[in-house]
Design a binder for this molecule. Structure first.
Ligand code: FEO
Ligand code: CA
Ligand code: CA
Length: 627
């Protein structure tokens, strides 16, 4: 049974609480190295002089953000906010497109109740809770949004007496149904975009939806269970965080904190394969009490069937989602697919946990528009990134030769394979976004309170280094890399830091941030990212919104826009107190942006009753494109 005191923790803190890992592992060496590294960083403490200690160009913006540079963005930046509203720039409007509990089919029109939420029998006929990654697809002249519902807040969804822990099997079904993925048709009816009720494309994919296991792990003993002795068909995709879109217009959903759904009612199986992923103890939602599939003392292989990139075809509501095991198993944030110069398909992927790694997958086959896609996501090589302090880097192949592991083990226990090759431990890799106008990619490293403090769950050293340059990093940074020979499939790359978030009002040192951070654009914890077609980088935050102490002057979570060329960053949007901003896509005509608002506080957006995670439409009042 889930520990009620754990219900209110974030997923990261939940893992920290459950994970008994010691901080004594190599602790002295970690501290020693951190101290010597601080000496190395000493020149950067007077930050006005820039971080030239790393040589030229570690930080991309050589000039402070320019007050006259807003022409490129087409709007004036907005101030921070601390209220329970949404704010957008002058000349823009916004409205809610869809809220948790809103109907996808007419029969669920009255499903949501302000006091009680949604009943179990309607729970797979409404928009799920905690919206996250999303992508827009054009199918037969229709516009479809495919969007994740990352997790549920059990205190909002369950009767108050339960205190956030399901008491019945029906309550577990309710929670399962309000997560997963939604496909929904949207249309502009003259009153802004709305969900098209009863569209033939509308679909809910939940923790009970059947999906195929593909790639090298399909049928392997590691993924065989009592219910699926062949190891080919699994139920559910869970903790769907960021997203991706394939070159052939299918949706990639990314299974992040899957470990938290499993618990043990009896003896736990042993092994690094469980501890490295934080699997064990009590599950966050007590699923294991009502569904044996989630009880690792009875079904030790079920966790091996989650933590993958899963491909969904939104154009066919009867299609079976496919778990692509060749892309590795870890806490997947998003999946940024690019077409390499040599024709191969490359997918960049972050593993969002303190001190884990950045990955890429490269297909063995090549693709061109209209060609068959069979095997492209099943047959390829997985790599983990090594960032050298001289601003070069290399992608380290995870193969039987480099790791001493069999391919099935590499793909099921990918973190352990990346540790073996000496990949660089990172400050929580979140979304990767690639520039449509240039061969380069960016990854948000959201924060890492353990940097320079204790090793990762595999015991890997997490001393500060050039790409993760701050001990106890509570602000985060965005790294950018340019692949060798302008080929995303190449082994080598050069990198710099596009921005290092910080608070220049509080710190006159490296914690003040890079020089494209100022009192007018401060933020912390970059997370979601996407490029618009005009080559601007949109940055969404999921951080501390208390607006005090180290975070004073940053306000609520926000969405900013960055210019890759000048380094300038300005604030576009703020969301209600308590919420994070996550998920971004544009209408087919690029005139409307759809932005996800997850876990809002207060009673947003209804003004009374429960807070409701929602997707919001934003557009220019003059009707011009802006995406
Ligand atoms: Fe679900 Fe790493 O954010
Ligand atoms: Ca995220
Ligand atoms: Ca986050």
């Amino acid at each position: 049974m889930a520990d009620k005191s754990l219900v209110d923790l974030s997923w990261d803190d939940f893992d920290e609480h459950r994970d008994p890992r010691s901080n004594e592992n190599q602790f002295d060496q970690v501290v020693d190295r951190a101290v010597s590294r601080r000496g190395f960083l000493g020149g950067a403490l007077a930050f006005g002089s820039g971080a030239a200690v790393f040589g030229t160009g570690l930080f991309s913006s050589t000039a402070a953000a320019r007050a006259d540079g807003h022409m490129k963005f087409g709007f004036k930046p907005i101030d921070i906010a601390t209220d329970y509203e949404i704010h957008v720039p002058e000349g823009f409007d916004h409205k809610v497109l869809v809220r948790w509990g809103d109907a996808l089919w007419t029969e669920a029109k009255d499903a949501y109740d302000a006091q009680n939420g949604v009943s179990v029998d309607m729970s797979d006929k409404v928009f799920g809770e905690n919206t996250d990654g999303m992508e827009l697809f054009e199918v037969d002249g229709k516009q479809l949004i495919t969007v994740n519902s990352e997790y549920v807040n059990p205190k909002i969804n369950l009767p108050a007496a339960s205190e956030g822990t399901p008491q019945t099997a029906d309550e577990v079904v309710l929670l399962k149904n309000l997560q997963g993925v939604t496909v929904m048709e949207i249309a502009d009816t003259g009153n802004g975009f709305e969900v098209v009720l009863d569209s033939a494309y509308n679909r809910r994919i939940t923790h009970e939806t059947e999906m195929a296991i593909a790639g090298p792990l399909a049928g392997h003993a590691l993924v065989q269970t009592k219910a699926d002795p062949a190891g080919l068909m699994v139920k559910g995709t869970m903790n769907n965080c960021g997203s991706g879109k394939t070159l052939w217009d299918t949706y990639l959903t990314c299974e992040e904190n899957f470990n938290g759904y499993f618990g043990a009612t009896g003896d736990m199986p042993d092994g690094e394969g469980y501890t490295r992923y934080g699997i064990g103890g009590s599950g966050r939602y007590a699923y294991e009490k009502f569904d044996e599939r989630y009880d690792i003392s009875k079904e030790p292989n079920e966790p091996h069937r989650h933590g993958f990139i899963t491909e969904i075809d939104p154009s066919d509501p009867t299609s079976t989602p496919v778990k692509r095991t060749a892309l590795g198993r870890f806490k997947h944030e998003n999946a940024e697919m690019v077409h390499a110069k040599d024709g191969r398909v490359v997918v960049y992927m972050g593993d969002d946990e303190r001190g884990e790694f950045l990955y890429k997958y490269v297909s063995n086959g090549t693709w061109e528009q209209g060609a068959a896609t069979d095997g492209l996501l099943d047959d390829g090589v997985l790599y983990a990134a090594k960032f050298n302090d001289d601003q070069t880097g290399e992608w380290l192949a995870l193969t039987p030769e480099t790791t001493g592991m069999e391919i099935a083990d590499i793909l099921c226990f990918t973190r352990m394979a990346a540790s073996k090759v000496g990949a660089t431990t990172m400050d929580r890799p979140e979304w990767v976004a690639s520039n449509p106008l240039k061969v380069e990619a960016y990854c948000a490293l959201t924060n890492n309170k353990n940097r320079g403090v204790k090793p990762n769950a595999g015991g890997d050293d997490t001393s500060v280094n050039a790409v993760n340059p701050r001990e106890t990093n509570n602000y985060g940074q965005i790294v950018r890399w340019t692949p060798a020979d302008e080929n995303h499939a190449a082994d080598g790359f050069a990198w710099d830091l596009y921005v290092m978030a910080g608070n220049p009002e509080v710190y006159d040192n490296i914690y003040g941030g890079s020089d494209n951070i100022n009192a007018g654009n401060m933020f912390n914890s970059p997370d979601g990212m996407a490029f618009s077609s005009d080559g601007l980088l949109w940055i969404q935050t999921d951080g501390n919104y208390k607006n005090e102490g180290d975070f004073a002057g940053m306000g609520n979570n926000q969405m900013l826009v960055g210019d890759p060329e000048s380094g300038e960053i300005i604030r576009f949007m703020t969301v209600p107190n308590g919420a994070e901003v996550t998920g971004l896509c544009w209408s087919a005509d690029k005139k409307v942006a759809f932005v996800g608002v997850q876990h809002p506080g207060g009673s947003w957006p209804d003004g009374e009753g429960k807070p409701r995670s929602s997707v919001v439409s934003v557009w220019r009042q003059d009707g011009a494109q802006f995406g």
